[in-house]
Ligand binder design. Structure first.
Ligand code: 26Q
Length: 822
């Protein structure tokens, strides 16, 4: 039949239905009467996948024939979220699919809800990588995402008696229809052992690594389709398996159980994602994970390059490799090793290629979050890499001593090795020395990178430093998450805004139009009702969509200050109980977020949210005006339902601590106003939406520095502020802890004794600004106007803009459009 009618490629409702029935039979091996909801999902997924594969193969061919310069994004995390809905959108067949489902007596939404989400990341950094994959494909950029195929992603969070409980994530148990296993695409990865010098056939000095252990990385490929284009890029995730030859050796020695153990140990490498969003001391397996995926990825790039080129000379022209934080920064030493030891290059040539291949993105300034590894551990796991790092360092330090002959302290500060009782490898220094570009993720953050953690490096190489402010994909976080908003914008601006989010500006002239405002309010209302229904289902809590939805969802961290939000809530509660004049705007406070399993304070904050919620929600004197809910298991799926429902977005980190934030962008694109500090991308959001449409409060970075330098004393603020004192005393009274005054002591003691994140210093400004927000919400037309302007003016926070900047300033790659039609 005509191409539209072909079972595996047709896009009409008829073709999709036929394909669906076909997949149910031939892929799922099921018939209608016994098909479970999961079978329906799988059949739908295979139907969609077939349509992507056609584009994928065509894309791979096109890029290859053109010898296209390719971006390789190296990231230990990809927080992809559910694929089916997004792929339907990018294929442009949502309506056909909905129609087809209806014809077969099914509901598309129910099918979408079946998908377990790939949660292969902790939070912002992993989700950013996923948004960037979407934009790279949408902009037709030849790109490969490389990472780890964790069998268990970020844990599922449940709440028991107000405490976080972690359950194992099982996203792979029912099979993953989006991935294609490539059993023949395997690379060896070695660990341990020692190195020995030898002389090669040309009489040159060389080093041989005699490893103790060898395992294999096997590729699993996931197609990443762009929106409105046929370009379909590759996400290649590596799975660890034990090497067969290694097994044989052990088996032959008669050590059956030893061999089995070794196999288990090898396969443990890709078992589970570390659930911390900062490094933890001595986690050997984590370093193994990082080296494992980096080595496979670089070997894969080299293999592809050498299929088309006689040698590695032009490697850095063929590839730009982006290091998503320092997690893959061992790549600098591994590329050197591959060039030197496996391809016989000399040091200068190898270093030239290496330095011109990598670029590094920094995502944090927090000293405790900067990755370093003990030299001892490093040398035990990767003896050859430690040698190479020492050699890179020796040459680098020689250069520095020449340049700064009278400044040995500076030379020591910049060394790749931190001296001290435990010597450590500084991964950020390795990444910076081994890269041609370094960037921060928001304007203020990039400035702070240059003036604080990378100050010496910036003085040495000022032209190496850049800013690329983060972005988020409007496909998932507007079109998929907020169909009503999507309808409004498309009616006004046409469908082009999905590829060019600047078109959201078309909304601007309608901000004061009464009829338009009504439609806008109906959009918000629908999103709030959806969230209310979901919260009721998940927690039993009933919330009122009329009330102001004041939402803070993100990882739980002291620097993000969820407990500052709580201090405000308890203050409002306290005023009502006192019969004092109080904010008359009914509010629903929504929290969500996971705590690292070993982060006691973060877990205590979750407990406190639940404890405050319990007291407030059951007290008839306050629960008409205040509600507090915690959405368990904040993940991409829940997030899609939460961002559109917000009236007020909480972005209240201590100034200087949040590198960028990306939730802040998702909220404001969906018409939430922000209450926030001058931190991360908040600064640019406020600039974009207009100061009058943003609730700013709190100390600036320099005020924070000055406050701490002058000997900050939170106790004095506590003593001098009656309401604040009463609020903290309430937390210590046992009111929220069934009479136990000690439960929250670690939190209140930390606030009163050190308060390293300056909650008390920012408290009065926060309370006052919250009151203004509450008042503003009662001016319905005024608020609606501000809400519209937030959506209209935040198109610049599309990840398409961010990726265009990376392509221009950093990668120097060009789009290569792919079309099935040609
Ligand atoms: C490192 C070593 C060992 C174990 C774990 C880690 C690790 C894992 C994840 C360290 C950091 C992370 C994640 C960091 C992260 O999500 N950072 C956020 O990145 C966002 C995207 O740029 C920013 O918007 C946020 O401000 C930043 O906190």
């Amino acid at each position: 039949g005509s191409s539209d009618e072909r079972t595996r490629t047709g896009m009409s409702p008829e073709a999709l239905k036929r394909a669906f029935v076909d997949s149910m039979f031939y892929v799922q091996a099921r018939y209608w009467e016994v098909a479970t909801p999961h079978d329906l999902y799988m059949a739908a997924a295979y139907t969609v996948r077939d349509r992507m594969l056609e584009r994928w193969i065509h894309t791979a061919e096109t890029y290859r024939k053109a010898h296209a310069r390719t971006v390789c994004y190296l990231s230990a995390e990809y927080l992809l979220g559910p694929q089916l809905g997004n792929n339907l959108i990018n294929l442009g067949i949502v309506d056909s699919a909905r129609q087809g489902a209806r014809d077969l007596g099914m509901d598309l939404q129910e099918i979408l809800d079946q998908e377990p989400e790939p949660g292969l990341g902790n939070g912002g950094l992993g989700r950013l990588a996923a948004c960037y994959l979407d934009s790279l494909a949408t902009l037709s950029i030849p790109a490969i995402g490389y990472g780890i195929r964790y069998e268990h992603g970020i844990f599922d969070q449940s709440i028991v008696d107000g405490w976080q409980v972690e359950d194992c994530d099982l996203w792979l148990t029912n099979g993953n229809p989006w991935e294609i296993p490539r059993p023949l695409l395997r690379f060896p990865v070695r660990f341990g052992g020692h190195t020995e010098p030898y002389t090669d056939e040309h009489g040159r000095f060389r080093v041989r690594w005699v490893p103790e252990l060898e395992l294999y990385g096997m590729a699993y490929d996931t197609p990443i389709l762009g929106f409105g284009v046929d370009n379909t890029n590759l996400l290649r995730l590596w799975h660890a398996t034990a090497g067969r030859s290694f097994d044989l050796q052990a088996f032959q020695k008669g050590d059956y159980y030893g061999a089995v153990n070794a196999k288990v140990a090898a396969e443990n490498i890709t078992k589970v994602l570390y659930p911390n969003d900062e490094p933890e001391a001595g986690k050997e397996l984590r370093l193994k994970q990082q080296y494992f995926f980096v080595s496979c990825s670089l070997q894969d790039m080299m293999r592809a390059h050498l299929q088309q080129a006689p040698n590695l000379e032009g490697f850095h022209e063929r590839y730009a490799a982006q290091l998503n934080d320092t997690h893959p920064s061992i790549a600098v030493a591994e590329l050197m090793r591959l060039c030197l030891d496996e391809h016989g290059m000399d040091w200068e040539a190898a270093w030239e290629i290496t330095r011109r291949t990598f670029a590094y993105t920094n995502h944090t300034l927090l000293p405790e979050a900067l990755e370093t590894w003990p030299v001892e551990l490093f040398g035990r796991l990767l003896p050859r890499h430690l040698e190479i790092i020492y050699e890179i360092n020796a040459r680098f330090l020689d250069e520095l001593r020449m340049r700064y002959p009278f400044d040995p302290e500076r030379v020591a500060r910049m060394s790749l090795i931190e001296e001290g009782p435990v010597r450590r490898v500084r991964m950020a220094h390795l990444a910076t020395v081994g890269s041609f570009a370094v960037n921060g993720v928001a304007a203020i953050h990039s400035e702070l990178v240059k003036s604080t953690v990378m100050r010496d490096f910036h003085e040495l190489w000022p032209e190496k430093f850049h800013n690329v402010t983060n972005g988020v994909t409007p496909r998932r976080f507007v079109q998929l998450s907020n169909p009503e908003l999507c309808g409004i914008v498309t009616d006004l601006a046409g469908p082009g805004w999905v590829r060019d989010a600047e078109n959201l500006r078309t909304l601007e002239p309608h901000a004061d139009d009464a009829a338009f405002q009504q439609r806008w309010q109906a959009m918000k209302r629908a999103a709030k009702e959806r969230l209310a229904a979901r919260i009721r289902e998940a927690t039993g809590a009933v919330i009122d969509p009329q009330s102001l939805f004041d939402i803070q969802v993100k990882r739980i961290h002291e620097y993000k200050r969820q407990h500052l939000n709580l201090l405000h809530i308890v203050a409002l509660y306290h005023r009502i109980k006192q019969g004092a004049d109080s904010d008359p705007t009914p509010r629903t406070f929504v929290f969500g977020g996971k705590a690292a399993p070993g982060y006691f304070m973060a877990k205590l904050i979750i407990k406190l949210i639940h404890s405050v919620a319990e007291v407030i929600n059951r007290d008839p004197e306050v629960n008409e005006r205040l509600r507090v809910v915690f959405v368990p298991n904040f993940n991409v799926k829940n997030a899609e339902c939460i961002y559109p429902a917000a009236d007020l977005s909480e972005q209240i980190s201590t100034a200087g601590k949040e590198a960028s934030g990306t939730g802040n962008m998702k909220f404001s694109m969906n018409g939430a106003l922000t209450i926030g500090t001058l931190d991360g991308a908040n600064v640019e959001i406020r600039h974009a939406v207009g100061h009058e449409n943003f609730f700013l409060f709190g100390l600036t970075v320099s005020e924070v520095e000055r406050t701490l330098a002058e000997g900050y004393c939170p106790w004095e603020i506590y003593r001098g502020n009656d309401e604040l004192r009463e609020v903290i005393d309430l937390l210590r009274s046992g009111l929220f802890s069934h009479g136990d005054p000690d439960l929250f002591r670690p939190l209140t003691d930390s606030l009163l004794q050190h308060d390293p994140y300056l909650l008390l210093a920012d408290y009065p400004a926060y309370i006052e600004t919250q009151a203004r927000a509450g008042d503003a919400f009662r001016d319905v037309a005024g608020w609606t106007r501000m809400s519209i302007l937030n959506s209209a003016r935040t198109g610049c926070f599309s990840s398409d803009r961010a990726i265009r900047e990376y392509c221009g300033k950093i990668w120097r790659v060009e789009p290569m459009p792919v079309s099935l039609a040609t």
